[in-house]
Design a protein around this ligand. Structure first.
Ligand code: FE2
Ligand code: FE2
Length: 640
């Protein structure tokens, strides 16, 4: 195959990947009705199935063999691959921001190209490949950084990015720098040396790392002030360069990690905020065009507060004033900063143990706004970007009496970000509740061991409580997915090992989230164990023993409901043909006693149970899609 043919194949691949992304998350239009929304989703998933099959063939037959081979790549092939990685990284979305179409594959490509360049003695090619690898490493680091239970995932990309960043820093050595003759490559070195600061995003709560970050930033500022470099790269946009360097200083510290900085460091950062103010005044027309220009007053106020020059109330007032003046239909960089970063900052200022009624009032308002903003955000937009901020909001969520509670908040976020997961959660809750109801009716003794149930009489007395628990705990079973929805998003390809491992982290992440809040604390075991086999000999996480949980019986139901919904769904998730309930029961029989509880098939084969479950899987699922549609549509109508 020649390079021209390969280029066309890659372009078609990217186009199909783009179509898959759009089809799996269609926007709601005014003409839609609840019924045709669900039909449209079904049609879309059929189409995705066809597109995905073609793309999978391309990966298996062309791309993976190329990436796995040790041969030196032909120059034209390397360029085609590079172009493919760029296509997979940058897809212009509605706001002209960028979303990643398939970051993990782009990252495999940039890694392979860099390895190839390392064997050649061509400095220009090496710089170009290092530049591309820095970008994918950074995005991969951010994506995996949300997997709080597996810090090693993100560390790999941090280490790689830092090593490259240090190499770029070394290239700033004057002799080495002059040895690079291509002006475009010199610019790339300057930009990437500066960009190294971004890698510290993942370790902001580490004193030593913060020290190192500031040290590297000082070095880049020295370069920015040094005439030597100005002469060496006269066409470089030095104003922008200086702006970004100063911005990195101001972003390095937040209320949340301020204790990891010394007062000297905080004062230095504040000095940088004055430099930034001066810089912007020197050429306001120019700087106004930079998206983060509008956010600068927030940075200044924070720097003054953290250096001890304004008090908390004053800082809070600045934030509140800025928040009230925000544009809540702006989903670009500044819009996100005002609509999401300010609430994050305000949340950090609240003393959880000592909340005033003013704090509570503020938090209630913020949570409502945050949900509404997320619902309005274009679902074709920058998913990873949004998730990065919203997972921080969820991590720092503060329970407020009589406000939106944690369970509702996360459910609404799921609905806004990924409607199929929202429907799946409801299906899980409803199927589990239905099975629980029938089991309580027919074999109440199975619930002995549930907290507070030592005898059958206890079980019968607590029937309503057990049902209530079952519904809510199973509804929340996939909360951990809120952090990884961009990973499980339909790429229409087989998952990579890393992605499998990320997905395997969601039960524990969900359990940790649930355990942190009063209203959901007791649901943690159900999230933790819902992918673990009944006999504890399979599934994940491997170190969890379901048999030791007082909620073992609910876990048996949750696992069954989860697999049943996934197996039979034809609307929202799977692009394989869904199985019938009877097919699923046959599968259940094969795994009875090992994967599933031995008594499950008999329960499901009772006529009344079969009929109830069958109803949930057909009419019930459609209703859930209709409800989701109404929710999305209702919120849109209220706020647009
Ligand atoms: Fe799950
Ligand atoms: Fe699930």
């Amino acid at each position: 195959m020649n390079s021209d043919e390969m280029r066309v194949i890659f372009q078609e691949y990217a186009q199909r990947a783009f179509d898959i992304r759009r089809l799996s998350s269609p926007s709601i239009t005014k003409e839609d009705t609840a019924d045709n929304y669900s039909e449209r989703l079904q049609g879309n998933f059929r189409k995705i199935g066809e597109l995905a099959a073609v793309n999978r063939r391309m990966l298996d037959e062309l791309l993976y063999p190329l990436l796995e081979s040790d041969d030196e790549l032909d120059k034209a092939v390397a360029e085609d691959l590079n172009e493919l990685s760029e296509m997979l990284l940058n897809i212009a979305s509605v706001n002209d921001d960028f979303e990643n179409l398939d970051l993990p594959i782009a990252s495999l490509i940039t890694g392979r190209l860099l390895a190839d360049a390392e064997r050649k003695n061509d400095i220009n090619e090496r710089i170009k490949r290092m530049d591309a690898e820095m970008v994918t490493c950074y995005s991969m680091m951010n994506m995996t950084d949300r997997i709080s239970t597996q810090p090693a995932f993100s560390k790999v990309y941090f280490d790689k990015g830092m090593a490259l960043g240090e190499e770029f820093m070394r290239m700033l050595d004057k002799d080495t720098f002059l040895g690079i003759t291509d002006p475009e490559m010199r610019e790339m070195v300057l930009v990437n040396a500066r960009f190294t600061a971004c890698f510290f995003d993942s370790c902001k709560a580490d004193d030593e790392m913060n020290r190192l970050n500031l040290e590297m930033l000082d070095k880049t500022m020295e370069v920015a002030d040094d005439e030597f470099y100005h002469e060496a790269v006269p066409d470089f946009d030095w104003n922008y360069h200086r702006f970004r360097c100063l911005e990195y200083y101001l972003q390095s510290v937040e209320v949340n990690n301020a204790k990891c900085f010394s007062i000297d460091q905080l004062e230095k950062i504040e000095k940088r905020s004055h430099e930034m103010e001066e810089l912007l005044k020197s050429n306001p027309e120019y700087f106004k065009e930079i998206p983060s220009y509008q956010v600068c007053p927030l940075y200044y106020a924070r720097a003054h507060f953290l250096a001890g020059n304004t008090d908390k109330e004053e800082y809070r007032k600045v934030l509140t004033d800025m928040y009230e003046a925000r544009d809540d239909h702006d989903f670009g960089f500044a819009g996100t900063a005002f609509n999401v970063l300010i609430p994050l900052e305000l949340m950090c200022l609240v003393d959880k143990e000592n909340m005033s009624s003013c704090d509570m009032h503020m938090l209630r308002g913020l949570y409502q706004d945050l949900v509404a903003y997320l619902f309005r955000a274009p679902n074709t937009g920058t998913l990873s970007f949004v998730l990065e901020y919203y997972s921080q909001i969820i991590d720092r969520f503060i329970d407020v009496p009589s406000g939106i509670d944690f369970e509702d908040f996360v459910m609404q976020c799921i609905a806004a970000i990924h409607p199929p997961t929202y429907v799946h959660s409801h299906m899980e809750g409803q199927i589990s509740e239905c099975l629980c109801y029938h089991l309580l009716r027919t074999e109440p003794e199975r619930f002995i061991g549930f907290p507070g149930c030592e005898t059958i009489d206890d079980v019968l007395a607590k029937k309503d409580e057990i049902l209530h628990y079952t519904y809510h705990a199973t509804l929340c079973h996939d909360f951990g997915k809120i952090k990884i929805i961009d990973t499980i998003f339909v790429y229409g390809r087989k998952l990579l090992d890393l992605e499998f491992n990320i997905i395997r982290a969601h039960p524990v992440m969900g359990a940790e989230l649930l355990a942190a809040h009063q209203g959901t604390r007791t649901f943690a075991d159900v999230a933790r164990g819902h992918h673990r086999w009944h006999n504890d000999k399979g599934g994940y996480p491997e170190d969890f023993k379901t048999v030791e949980s007082p909620y073992k019986i609910i876990l048996d139901l949750a696992l069954c409901a989860d697999c049943m919904d996934a197996a039979t769904d034809v609307v929202g998730r799977s692009y394989n043909k869904g199985k019938t309930l009877q097919n699923y029961i046959d599968e259940l029989k094969e795994g009875a006693g090992t994967r599933y509880a031995a008594w499950l098939p008999a329960l499901l084969e009772r006529k009344e149970v079969f009929e109830d479950v069958q109803y949930l899987l057909t009419r019930g699922r459609e209703d859930n899609y209709r409800d989701t549609y109404r929710l999305l549509r209702g919120v849109q109508e209220k706020v647009i």
